[in-house]
Design a protein around this ligand. Structure first.
Ligand code: GRF
Length: 209
């Protein structure tokens, strides 16, 4: 389906490190006409990642930018910023991006960088809270409910203003991989739903606190 005029589509720049399943869900939603957006560039710190292969399969330019290509963090930040700006990106979408976004990129895209986190922030966020560790911590805490958070990115991990959250129940007998799989499945739909609300203006990134 392709009946959304190109001029009204948000131009997305996606940053992804590994699996890229959230990225794929977003791209699929753009192709299906569910999301009025277009993924115009993908940046990853891992050239051999699934995210890189998915970008190639979709015909979306992929840029490997990392500490290998740019040993100085400030230079890496400047290059990421340049690639996003040159691609005319409106919104930067972190989808399993495991690195910090630098100050130049944050300043160039104020309140226009989103991240998804597999828990209900501010619980289970911050340094060390990534991947399976998040779900292990949820289970260790005995929480009955976890979820998904989409938030704006600032210079602290998982700290920026919350854009949207949704709950996912913790089931009796869940182990961390089972919980991780259920949360990830919810992430796919929820990231798309949240982006749709941003695209339609129902969610205003400039007025979040
Ligand atoms: C997701 O759980 C996301 O919340 C976290 O990293 C994971 C990425 O998964 N930030 P994928 O690469 O989208 O498959």
């Amino acid at each position: 389906m392709d009946d959304i005029p190109a001029f009204s589509r948000m131009r997305l720049g996606i940053l992804a490190s590994h699996g890229g399943s959230n990225m794929q869900a977003i791209i699929d939603a753009t192709h299906q006409g569910v999301l009025a957006a277009e993924a115009v560039v993908v940046i990853g710190n891992n050239a051999g990642s699934m995210a890189a292969s998915r970008a190639a399969a979709e015909g979306i330019p992929f840029h490997h930018l990392s500490g290998r290509t740019h040993p100085e963090f400030a230079e890496l930040d400047a290059e990421i910023c340049r690639v996003l700006a040159d691609a005319g990106v409106d919104l930067v979408v972190l989808a399993g991006y495991m690195k910090k976004v630098g100050p130049k990129t944050i300043d160039r895209f104020p309140r226009r960088i989103l991240n998804i986190h597999p828990a209900l922030l501010p619980r289970f966020g911050g340094v060390g809270m990534y991947g399976i560790h998040v779900h292990e911590a949820v289970l260790a805490a005995g929480d009955k409910v976890t979820g998904v958070t989409v938030h704006l990115v600032d210079q602290e991990y998982d700290r920026g203003p919350i854009v949207a959250r949704c709950e996912v129940g913790v089931n009796e007998g869940d182990d961390a991989p089972a919980l991780a799989a259920r949360v990830l499945e919810r992430e796919h739909a929820f990231y798309v739903e949240t982006l749709c609300k941003i695209a339609s203006g129902e969610l205003d990134l400039d007025t979040l606190s």
